[in-house]
Design a binder for this molecule. Structure first.
Ligand SMILES: Nc1nc2c(c(=O)[nH]1)N[C@H]1C(S)=C(S)[C@@H](COP(=O)(O)O)O[C@H]1N2
Ligand SMILES: [Mo]
Length: 358
């Protein structure tokens, strides 16, 4: 169990929601603790506010319980390795293959176990270095991005992954890890053996339920219905630049950012997709990490005609490619003239496919 990280206790007003989101299950004990902790805050939320948070927490918890019920079987869990591997192809390791590779033990404290921060656990798993050796990496790759089932992502230096036994743990003290321990696959850093890792890779780097590993950044590739477009295809289309405050979850600067890409309607024209008035396009990111998407990016044919909806592949003043660290190579972006309509739409990262519902 991961209880009350210290930084949550500092953020009184967000405590209840933060805790409920933090815990895959066990809502009521969570709420109880949260309420106890609120006593120590200077700001006292009203009963109405608490009730709103409670309802939000219950809704969120219900979703997570439903998700867990769907996916508790470890035999269904696999790990995709994608991006700039030696042959550039993605591979998916199934649970059996992962188990066979998971022969390394790392004895370390757990950055997330704040009740007894000095307790040492015996984590067993696959060293990321072993995967990098097995599947290779292309020259110039400097980082690897780990993506979780809940869309959370972190990026780690390739050099550190090669140098240190940073592992994808699948067992703790001889037992598979449950969801509320971060299982079935938990990114673990050997911070007991290498204490400098505590500062470099604190709690936020310990990713629960890892589902994808991206070596460097994937090439630009977009499925549109049954077709596949590449960078050269997209470069034949009119290039558009917007300057917006982005809605991506992590890795982007705050304030206005320039995004460069092509308009959704031009992509559909290029792919000769004809949408009827009632037609829809669903913008699909990485499938596994899509499960908890509250606002699927479903675009209607009117949205696509009337709005500047972009698939971006470059950003900033010097038009740099969007790295995996920022959810690239392709992200969904909305121009502000559609702000009213785009409220609630999701700025999808790692866009892989446009699912057409003509
Ligand atoms: N899969 C996943 N791993 C994650 C997170 C997350 O939201 N999803 N949050 C990170 C952060 S910011 C922290 S502080 C620790 C503890 O998160 P928790 O308090 O949500 O349990 O887990 C890290 N690993
Ligand atoms: Mo965190």
């Amino acid at each position: 169990m991961f209880l009350l990280s210290t930084h949550y206790s500092l953020r009184c007003s967000t405590l209840v929601i933060a805790l409920s989101a933090a815990m895959p299950a066990g809502l009521y004990s969570t709420l109880l603790m949260a309420v106890v902790y609120l006593g120590g805050c200077t700001y006292q939320p009203s009963n109405e506010q608490l009730e709103v948070w409670r309802q939000e927490a219950i809704a969120r918890n219900g979703e997570m319980v439903a998700d867990n019920a769907k996916n508790t079987q470890e035999t269904e869990w696999n790990l995709a390795i994608q991006g700039e591997t030696t042959n550039g192809k993605s591979v998916t390791l199934n649970w059996q293959q992962l188990q066979d590779l998971a022969t390394t033990h790392v004895k370390t404290t757990d950055a997330n176990y704040v009740i007894q921060p000095n307790q040492v656990f015996d984590f067993q798993g696959v060293p990321v270095s072993k995967l990098l050796q097995k599947f290779g990496y292309q020259p110039g790759v400097t980082e690897v991005t780990f993506i979780a089932y809940n869309s959370y992502q972190v990026t780690v230096n390739l050099e550190d992954l090669i140098k240190y036994p940073i592992i994808l743990a699948i067992a703790n003290n001889g037992k598979p890890m449950s969801r509320n321990q971060g299982g079935p696959i938990y990114l673990v850093f050997p911070q007991t053996q290498y204490p400098h890792m505590r500062q470099q890779y604190p709690q936020s780097f310990w990713v629960f339920y890892v589902s994808n590993i991206i070596v460097g950044t994937e090439p630009v590739r977009l499925r549109v219905g049954k077709q596949e477009l590449n960078l050269a295809d997209l470069e034949t289309l009119p290039q558009v630049t917007i300057s917006e405050t982005v809605g991506y979850r992590s890795g982007w600067p705050s304030g206005k950012v320039k995004l460069h890409g092509v308009k959704m309607r031009n992509i559909l024209d290029f792919a000769k997709v004809k949408l009827l008035t009632a037609g829809e396009v669903v913008v699909q990111g990485k499938r596994k990490t899509h499960h908890n998407n509250l606002n699927p990016a479903k675009l209607t044919s009117a949205d696509i005609q009337n709005c500047d909806i972009l698939l971006a592949s470059k950003w900033g003043d010097n038009k740099q490619p969007i790295p995996a660290k920022m959810g690239g190579p392709i992200t969904l972006a909305f121009g502000s003239e559609c702000q009213a309509q785009t409220q609630g739409w999701r700025w999808v990262t790692f866009v892989e496919e446009l699912v057409i519902k003509p």
